[in-house]
Design a protein around this ligand. Sequence first.
Ligand code: AMP
Length: 437
Amino acid sequence: MAYKAPKGTQDLLPAQARAWEAFKAKALQVFGLYGYEPVETPIFEKAELFLRGCGETCDAATKEIFSVFSLGAVNCLKADQPLKADQKLALRPEGTASVVRAIAEHNLVPQGGAPAKLLYAGPMFRCERPQKGRLRQFHQVGIECLGATDPSADAEMIIMCMRFFEELGLKRKSMTLLINSMGCAQCRPGYTAAVKAFMQEHEAELCEECQRRIETNPLRAFDCKNPQCYEVMEAAPRFSGHLCPSCRDRHEKVCAYLQAAGIDYVEDPRLVRGFDYYTGTVFEVQVTEGLGSQSAIGGGGRYDGLMGEVGDRDLPGLGFAVGFERIMLALEAAGVCIGCPQVKPVYVAVVDDSVRPQAFSILQQLRDAGIRAEGDTQGRSLKSQFKVAGKMDAALAVVVGPDELAAGQVTIRDFSTHEERQVGIGQVAQQVASLLA
Ligand code: AMP
């Protein structure tokens, strides 16, 4: 075969594409209960939206961002001219920055207005090393809420996320909810400095990447998959000892709301989350089966500083994203199928070619009546049409033959009971509907 899908991408074939549709519909239903409305943003944005001045050193810039060049930019390259900021585009690695940008651009939270609650669904792109549960193009559903300050909003977001997983079919006991607080602009710098000092003391024991992180982003070392770094960072200072009174108070209130809602959680002081914009509450949901090392199926948190960076005024924000492909692996391991076809087709078979026009018309009548109907378009014999109908798991066959047709009738065969009955040509849709019911 000449072409294959690019490394780290996969086609969503019909069963998966149907599951993706069911996944989005479930999100719309569950998140809709909490007031979330759908939004669609472009798949590419100005690269600066995702980098936001982090320069060439941050994880996002060095590892994850797929760059896109507009035709104009390519022409510039040919002419050996530097790219303008407007021409540096990137495929979105996540939904949050785009949604926050859209909220700012369209002023969806006017002064004194209610919070903006938006949900999105679509492909995301990260240039990571592909492995099971880690793709370069994958699909996420996520929510963003801008304008809510109260800790109850943090708790509500987590409860809603857990409700979504359960309604998809994951059992509560198969999931672990981890939560932490990453502090705010007041207490985070002090904590980061303490972690940095600790890492400097242990520099020789850390992997090359974490050695670089000492300067660029020390907290990300908690996330390092290198077992030795993991062990070293076990002894690093914990945020709980550095939280300011307001962050501590928020964290306690969030925990109290979760307890009141009967949601079990584990406090994980190492949970730092990949994106640098988080402040205060962060959470992640992991599953124990089906995923190997990529066990996180979703996560998010509060990001009170992001709107100030993306728009022109501060607005508290929070949100989360869940990963479709990983949840599918977890659902598969749990034996749950979403978006499985519920409706079996009706197969309209022809005895010979002379009756094809009438069969064609019966197919249209069935579809007009809202019945899923299939027919032969390959000139097959009656026997092989029945074979195809069997492979499609058809519930019924409508057999159109010249002799019966001359008497104004067709035969309906029920594949489950093997019963056959003759019906008048004008009653086919009605009879099929009542047999299916
Ligand atoms: P994040 O946006 O990194 O917080 O990720 C949210 C969720 O998206 C994760 O919990 C995963 O379920 C999923 N996810 C993130 N990165 C990938 C990836 N490269 N491939 C597949 N799923 C991913």
